[in-house]
Design a protein around this ligand. Structure first.
Ligand SMILES: [Fe+2]
Length: 141
């Protein structure tokens, strides 16, 4: 492993690769940043507490999830995406699920954070690969 660089030294919780690309630079960058926030949350709950403040990361996760969903939904509206309503519904279900964790009260519950991280990883990787790729196909047809 002679070409080790700093970024490869520590395995990240979620790694963005080309397979996640939705062929749109803005949305790809937003997905990458969301993954970065989730990775920070993971690191913050797995030993790097000093470097990553969990409360701050969760606030940023909320803020940026909203930014991203609005951007993506606007874009889908602009291209007259035929599955816009059901796609917006999927976004809403994710937001409601996270809200049900009640993380605003106390972000130090390790079990809740572990469940949240598990959910975030599964939801985002599945959503980008399957649901978002449906609009990629739509754009290309
Ligand atoms: Fe989406």
């Amino acid at each position: 492993m002679g070409l080790n660089n700093k970024e490869n030294e520590k395995a990240e919780f979620i790694i963005w690769t080309e397979k996640y690309s939705v062929e749109n630079t803005v949305l790809d960058n937003q997905h990458k940043y969301l993954i970065k926030i989730i990775n920070n949350l993971y690191n913050g709950t797995h030993g790097d507490e000093g470097q990553y403040n969990v409360k701050t990361i969760i606030d940023e996760l909320w803020r940026y999830t909203d930014v991203h969903l609005k951007t993506e939904e606007k874009m889908l509206q602009n291209i007259n995406y035929h599955q816009l309503d059901s796609h917006i519904q999927l976004h809403g279900e994710m937001v409601e699920k996270i809200k049900s964790w009640n993380l605003t009260s106390d972000c130090n519950e390790k079990e809740e954070l572990t469940a949240l991280l598990d959910f975030l990883k599964k939801w985002w990787t599945n959503h980008i690969l399957i649901e978002d790729h449906k609009y990629v196909e739509f754009m290309q047809s």
